[in-house]
Ligand binder design. Structure first.
Ligand code: ADP
Ligand code: MG
Ligand code: ZN
Length: 439
């Protein structure tokens, strides 16, 4: 039986933790690679908030007789990702046509990778477990359909067509909705650290489909899975999975046979609804793309890309614990973004009281940034000033209470703490004689 945590209030969660079934989850994540141009043509990817169909050319709009050419930067970012998760970069990979008919696809096929993906293997840390990655492959994005409200028309915008995507497919090894969320957070942190994608889920540069099945606890055999689509946030992924697991358990208990199907998450109602069954699934008739040569990479290329990898989130967390004496939890908070980690280290360069620096950043600063809707990159306080403020408290120039006021002023004006203290005559009077004279 699970311990009595606050989560027990949720009936869906309670049903599962007490059940004799365990969930098995596998995630398929698509990230938009941060290249300046599209995957097979020179069109710019800076189409956000631009008029529809103005970032297209004969190649990405699928006119006959044109030839795609692979974007080398997209390839490099894909290789970098495979290396960052500890996977194996394929010495030989190739592109395939995935055929389906839908107006968002001007060629009626998507150029993707089928049996020869750019990468295989690797792991992503999710909480205390490492989740295996099955494969990583490159593909082009589709256009965007806009269904007119109440109207009978659908409009299509091909600006996004052929923008490079990387699909990262996990093994079915994730054991709970929380673990799925942790996997996504870690993967996002890695992708942002290595600067292959901004991973902005609202703008669609990170998308996730979740596959889930249940099985009798401890059974090595996989159960029948459903695939959940329309997941718009990490929290949504966890909620959709909780609902879906409870639905499957309930189904099995009442004697139903689960069917393999694709289901849509409805975030307003918090439920998943059937979209299409396996029988209705497309036959994509994959075959090798004849217009693109295979991608053959030598060790020299792979090692040159490996040399560009920065310190990754897991290593940085570890180092923050040992070098700055942080608790694992705090190290996790401060390393979730590379820019925040850099800020913390810069602040620590001006104060050796790392614990206090951590508190000022993790509590006071992050709270104010959140309220102001600012990312750490646009933080009004210079990192070194945080360390200096800690120094003023530690040498008893100012009290903790005064420091909060000073911090507020630092946040609104960007001024250095010492100059605020001087300008406002805020410093504490530590000299006994001086105090006695005033008294
Ligand atoms: P499909 O052919 O339906 O796309 P894949 O074998 O390619 O299925 O797997 C897609 C995703 O589903 C992967 O992330 C994989 O880990 C996950 N998956 C596969 N089988 C199961 C299962 N029985 N239960 C949960 N997840 C699964
Ligand atoms: Mg799939
Ligand atoms: Zn183009």
């Amino acid at each position: 039986m699970e311990s009595r945590t606050g989560r027990e209030a949720d009936p869906a969660v309670r049903r599962i933790s007490e059940s004799e079934y365990e969930p098995v989850i596998g995630l398929e994540v698509h990230v938009q690679l941060s290249t300046r141009s599209k995957l097979f043509c020179g069109c710019s990817t800076a189409y956000e908030r631009q008029p529809p169909n103005t970032f297209v050319c004969p190649v990405c709009s699928g006119l006959p007789g044109v030839l795609p050419v692979l974007n080398q930067e997209a390839l490099r970012l894909a290789v970098k990702t495979v290396l960052a998760i500890g996977g194996t970069v394929s010495a030989f990979s190739r592109f395939d046509r995935k055929n389906y008919f839908y107006p968002d696809l001007p060629k009626a096929y998507q150029i993707s990778q089928y049996d020869r993906p750019i990468g295989r293997g690797g792991t992503v840390q999710a909480g205390s477990t490492r989740i295996g990655v099955h494969r990583v492959h490159l593909e082009e994005d589709a256009g965007k359909l806009i269904h007119e409200e109440g109207g009978s028309r659908s409009l299509v915008d091909y600006n996004r067509a052929s923008v490079p995507l990387l699909e990262i497919v996990s093994e079915p090894q994730i054991g709970s909705p929380e673990e799925a969320k942790a996997y996504l957070e870690e993967l996002k942190a890695i992708l942002q650290y290595i600067e292959v994608s901004d991973c902005n889920m609202e703008e669609g540069s990170l998308r996730c489909d979740a596959n889930v099945s249940i099985r009798p606890r401890g059974d090595p055999k996989l159960g029948t899975k459903t695939e959940i689509k329309n997941l718009n946030s990490f929290k949504g992924v966890a909620r959709a999975l909780e609902y879906e697991i409870a639905r499957q358990v309930q189904g099995v208990r009442s004697g139903d046979r689960l069917v393999q199907e694709t289901r849509l998450y409805d975030p307003d109602r918090g439920v998943t609804v059937a979209m299409r069954s396996k029988e209705e699934a497309h036959d994509y008739r994959y075959f090798p793309e004849p217009d693109l040569p295979p991608v053959v990479l030598d060790d020299e290329y792979v090692e040159a890309v490996r040399a560009t990898l920065p310190e990754l989130p897991a290593a940085k967390r570890q180092r923050f614990c040992t070098q700055y004496g942080l608790a694992a939890r705090d190290a996790g908070v401060l390393t979730c973004e590379a820019a925040l980690a850099r800020y913390f280290e810069e602040a620590c360069a001006t104060s050796s009281n790392h614990e206090a620096v951590k508190n000022w950043i993790a509590v006071e600063l992050l709270g104010r940034l959140r309220d102001a809707g600012l990312p750490i990159q646009r933080c009004p306080i210079a990192a070194g000033h945080v360390g200096r403020l800690v120094g003023l408290i530690d040498d008893r120039t100012v009290s903790g209470k005064m420091a909060k006021q000073i911090f507020d002023e630092m946040f609104s004006t960007g001024a250095a703490p010492a100059s605020i203290v001087n300008a406002r005559g805020l410093s504490m009077i530590g000299d006994r004689g001086a105090v006695e004279a005033i008294v």
